[in-house]
Design a binder for this molecule. Structure first.
Ligand code: GLU
Length: 447
């Protein structure tokens, strides 16, 4: 049996770090097991689903490198859900209910005030044919609940270990709305069965759904997949990350924070596991290191600062061929490997390469406080061609000639050559500047 997993977002908002972590874990598991990864849009909530959110989800997954082997959209499958619904009705597992939302709220409130769990009382099961006919004549339309077996539900969760629910502790779930539309609890099971999903990997907010859904798989005569429920990410203060937290959306991390895909993947693959978080340059490395058994039960904390630090470490390691196109997209078409090697250690986000491009390839107003010293240094500048040894040879000569050393030697040269106090190593920058520009800047000219 080959492994098949799915990531099943509802296109009702932007993906954030919490959602995409689940996509990543599913994808890593599929690749590790040589299985397949399905992207399923759970878009049956027609009021809240939007095509632009679905497009955004696809864009975010592609950006992270999580390509899918198969794509399905729940809104294409209504006829199949109708068929499954009819089969469950025929098997006596769906029953019509007529309570209004207000009536249900009252029932729940009354149970809660008595200190009892708000479990549906199955009043609708006691309706006679005559009662139902009367309610329908009054204009009421039924919603349909799944009749749970009042027996224990057990599974061995790949993250949580043995999980046990009593059927009596669960409410019969509504599977079909009053307007005839099927709800997630049903559609997800029909899809998981039809697409032969072997492992359902999702957030621990779905644990109680799983107990119910296992019974639905069984009622449909379908194989029950394995389950893994991951603890949800929280912020540094232990608060849940809501989907509406725009700043943690993947779009904003990418477009506003300048986060590299492998920085996010390196962090999210390891957060909440027994592995150390280290920069990784390819998803293949994360696949090789992935093991569901390493995922701990404690709540992982997502820290944007940690992501920013990892982003810098990733940039410092990325070879030129991995950033060539992105540099061109920033407008740095002429950027070459020497430029990249020179500036890479100073970047915390790729777009900062533009600042250093401006220093090496655009006019800069130099800072020259001691023109005599600058002129003596300029006179010692070697002839081109220049390479990585030029800086050492030149400053050695300047030191011998002027007696300056350390900061007194290097800082005035840096200020004259770059107009700044800090920056990439001058050994790397000097050949990028070239002799002509260096001479002008040492002479105090904007060049
Ligand atoms: N659409 C559901 C969600 O976003 C899918 C849950 C699941 O993986 O079954 O929560």
């Amino acid at each position: 049996m080959s492994v098949a997993v799915r990531f099943a977002p509802s296109p009702t908002g932007l993906l954030h770090v919490g959602n995409i972590r689940l996509a990543l874990v599913n994808w890593l598991f599929a690749r590790k097991e040589g299985g397949s990864f399905l992207l399923r849009m759970d878009d049956t909530d027609e009021e809240r689903s939007r095509p632009e959110y679905a497009e955004g989800i696809e864009r975010d997954l592609r950006w992270l490198g999580l390509h899918w082997d198969r794509f399905e959209r729940e809104s294409d499958r209504y006829p199949r859900y109708d068929e499954a619904t009819e089969a469950l009705k025929a098997a006596g597992r769906l029953y019509p209910c007529y309570e209004t939302p207000e009536e249900l709220n009252l029932k729940r409130a009354s149970l809660v005030s008595q200190g009892r769990p708000p479990i549906y009382d199955r009043a609708a099961l006691r309706l006679t044919d005559a009662d139902r006919a009367r309610l329908e004549r009054e204009g009421r339309k039924p919603h349909w609940r799944f009749k749970l077996e009042h027996s224990p539900v057990d599974w061995t969760d790949l993250v949580r270990g043995p999980v046990h629910f009593e059927g009596t502790a669960l409410s019969d779930p509504v599977l079909i709305r009053e307007d005839g539309r099927p709800l997630y609890t049903l559609t997800s099971v029909v899809d998981d069965a039809d697409f032969a999903i072997t492992h359902v990997i999702r957030g621990e907010d779905h644990v109680a759904n799983t107990a119910v859904q296992i019974q639905i798989f069984e009622a449909m005569g379908a194989a029950v997949p394995a389950f893994a429920h991951l603890p949800l990410l929280t912020d540094a203060g232990g608060q849940g990350l809501s989907k509406r937290l725009g700043s943690l959306s993947i779009a904003s991390l990418r477009e506003e924070e300048g986060i590299e895909p492998m920085a996010l993947a390196s962090l999210l693959a390891k957060l909440g596991t027994s592995d150390a978080i280290e920069p990784r340059l390819t998803l293949d490395e994360l696949v090789a290191e992935f093991d569901m058994g390493k995922i701990a039960r404690g709540t992982p904390k997502f820290d944007p600062e940690e992501l920013a630090r990892l982003n810098a470490r990733i940039l410092h390691l990325l070879p030129f061929d991995r950033v060539r196109n992105d540099l061109a997209a920033l407008g740095l078409e002429g950027a070459d490997e020497a430029f990249w090697e020179a500036v890479r250690p100073n970047l915390s986000r790729l777009s900062e390469a533009r600042d250093w491009w401006a220093v090496t390839h655009a006019p800069v107003a130099p800072l020259v406080e001691d023109p005599d010293f600058a002129a003596r240094a300029a006179a010692l500048l070697p002839a081109e061609p220049w390479d990585l040894s030029t800086w050492g040879a030149w400053t050695g000569a300047v030191k011998a000639e002027t007696g300056r050393k350390g900061k007194d030697l290097f800082l005035p040269l840096r200020r004259a050559l770059t107009g700044r106090d800090h920056g990439p190593e001058l050994k790397n920058l000097l050949p990028l500047l070239g002799r002509e520009r260096a001479l002008k800047r040492l002479a105090g000219e904007t060049a």
